[in-house]
Design a protein around this ligand. Structure first.
Ligand code: SF4
Ligand code: SF4
Length: 145
């Protein structure tokens, strides 16, 4: 269980494991496949999503084993969040790191589900349906398309 407004009284390093997990909105944006420009390191998000993504609820179908099954799937923590340039701009962890608080639309603040505009649900296709050499055709302008 999480205590109310813990994000206003603690730093992320002081969160319990449950509190850290509660920051994740399960938006699914980080599960999109990304392409990197080898020349300048720019990251491009696509509308293609990891094969383990649950399209109904945006949850991971292999959460406990995710870093084993998908080596590029990193476990976020209070110490690496600021070093990962590819994290979506609407990721609650990224916003917490950059602003020191949660965004006004965060379910912990509103008590409401995540607004659809921030979710990947209904906006992505599984990587099992897209050939690797077609991935470039799936680049989107930002993580909310
Ligand atoms: S393994 Fe799970 S958490 Fe990681 S990218 Fe795939 S669906 Fe997302
Ligand atoms: S982008 Fe951030 S908030 Fe959204 S599912 Fe990934 S870790 Fe959670």
């Amino acid at each position: 269980m999480t205590k109310n407004n813990f994000w206003e009284t603690k730093t992320p390093a002081q969160y319990t494991d449950d509190e850290w997990e509660a920051v994740c909105t399960r938006c699914g944006q980080c599960c999109r496949l990304k392409l990197e420009d080898e020349d300048n390191g720019d990251i491009f998000y696509t509308d293609v999503v990891c094969r383990y993504f649950n399209h109904e609820n945006c949850h991971c179908t292999c959460y406990r084993e995710r870093c084993v099954k998908v080596p590029s799937c990193l476990k976020l923590n209070p110490y690496n969040i600021g070093e990962l340039a590819w994290i979506p701009e609407t990721c609650a962890y990224r916003i917490l790191h950059e602003t020191g608080t949660l965004p006004p639309w965060h379910p912990l603040r509103t008590g409401q589900p995540l607004p659809e505009q921030y979710s990947a649900r209904g906006k992505v296709v599984s990587e099992t349906e897209v050939a690797e050499d077609e991935l470039e055709d799936h680049i989107i302008e930002d993580g909310n398309d």
